[in-house]
Structure formats: structure tokens, C-alpha cells
Write a protein that binds this ligand. Sequence first.
Ligand code: IPE
Ligand code: IPE
Ligand code: MG
Length: 236
Amino acid sequence: MTTKTGNLQHIAIIMDGNGRWAKKRGLLRSVGHKKGAETVKEITRAAGEMGVKYLTLYAFSTENWQRPAEEVETLMGLLREYLKSDLKELQENGVRIIFIGERSMLPADIVESMSKLEEETAGNDKMTLCIALSYGSRQEIVQAARKIAALAKQGDIDPEEVDAKMFAGLLYTKDIPDPDLVIRTSGEQRVSNYLLWQIAYAEFYFTDVLWPDFDRKCLEDIIKNFNARERRYGKI
Ligand code: IPE
Ligand code: IPE
Ligand code: MG
């Protein structure tokens, strides 16, 4: 029997622990990232089959640019492979893919592949897979504030008109609902600049499992845990 997703429309995951997974086995960090990329495919498949409508995966943060050049290269290489290899499966499973983050910091060929994949899957409606790439939530919020300031300066809007709806409409995530559930693997209990605006009423689940070891069963168990929670939104 598959786990029912109930009111769970959108799951956002902080995929952490690739490096530690490799270290534990005396392997290079790059091996952990490679295994982590396989987990991405497995979890995308599982989430789709379980009826999750939106899955957002934190693949690379703006802060991750500060890692050693060699590691950044490995991650960009894996990303290139992923972008090339996955179209067929995404199409077969009705997955629409979108990317959120600061594209100008990414290599031009990757940006091109991202746009192509977005266009080619735009008509799919079973699940939306949103990949956060070169993503930083504070930067996202700041650029929205900048746009609003510019519109006000030009006289296109009155500052009194600015509300949460307008603000949300200027974020990278404007076309998708807020996450219901945020999962972070690897035992860390922090948000690391992920979807700060969007997680206002999200439920959190922190697991010690390292991302390369995360599987369908882990996801099912977390969804069951989510389904037993009561969300109140400030009401009684
Ligand atoms: C997550 O694994 C992948 C990225 C952040 C790109 P890490 O590389 O952060 O692995 P740890 O946290 O060092 O184990
Ligand atoms: C968060 O993981 C970013 C991604 C999973 C892409 P990090 O490993 O970069 O986060 P910190 O540095 O432990 O906060
Ligand atoms: Mg980490």
C-alpha cells in the first residue's frame, strides 16, 4: 500500500550529508555527491508515485560557491550529467521541472540546459520538481524588495499597496505554493538560507540519515509522521 499524502502538497528537502557519507567509507567527497545524485532520482520517482504535487530540492546554495574550486567543479559536472540524462524519465512520469536561484552565477551551458529542460517539460502536470540551484533565500528576498522599491520610485505602485501577496509574486517561487513540509537529512538542524519566506507555516522534520542513504522508506515514514500532525496556523 502506498502512503497517502493527504494535505501534503509540497515537500522541500535540504539534501545534506554527501561529504560525511563518503568520509565514513574512506571515499572522496565526490563519490558521496555521485551517490547523492542517484538518491535525487530515486526520491523524485518515489514522490511522484506517492502523489506529491511539488518537490523542491536544495541542490546548491549561494554559499556553496565558497567551497574549493575542485568540489564546485564536481558538483557542476554532476549537474551537467543530470540535465542531459533525465528528460526521458521526466516526460514519461509527467514531471514539470523548474529551477530557482541566481542563474547569472552559473556556467552558460548549464543555464541553457536548464531553460531547455524547463521549456520541454512545461506541459507536464503530474508533479512539479523544483530544483534550488545557486539559491539563497536572503538574496531572493532582497531582489524582490529592490523591484518593489523601483516600482514605487517610478510611481507604478503606492507603498500602501505592498502586501504579502505582491511580495510572494516577486520571488523565484511565485508559481508554486509554499512548502507544507521541510525535511533536512544528516542530523543538522538549521535552515541554511533556504526558502525563508516560504516556510512561514511549514512543518519540519530532521533526520540523521545522510542524503545518499535516504530512500523511499525514509520518505514514507516522514510522510506518515506529517500526516499525524495538527497544523493550526495560529488558530485554536
Ligand atoms: C550536501 O552534502 C550537498 C551540497 C551541499 C551541495 P554536503 O556536501 O554538504 O555534505 P556534508 O554536509 O559535508 O556531509
Ligand atoms: C545546505 O547544505 C545546502 C544544500 C543542501 C545545497 P550545506 O551543507 O551547504 O549547509 P551548512 O553549511 O551545513 O549550513
Ligand atoms: Mg553539508
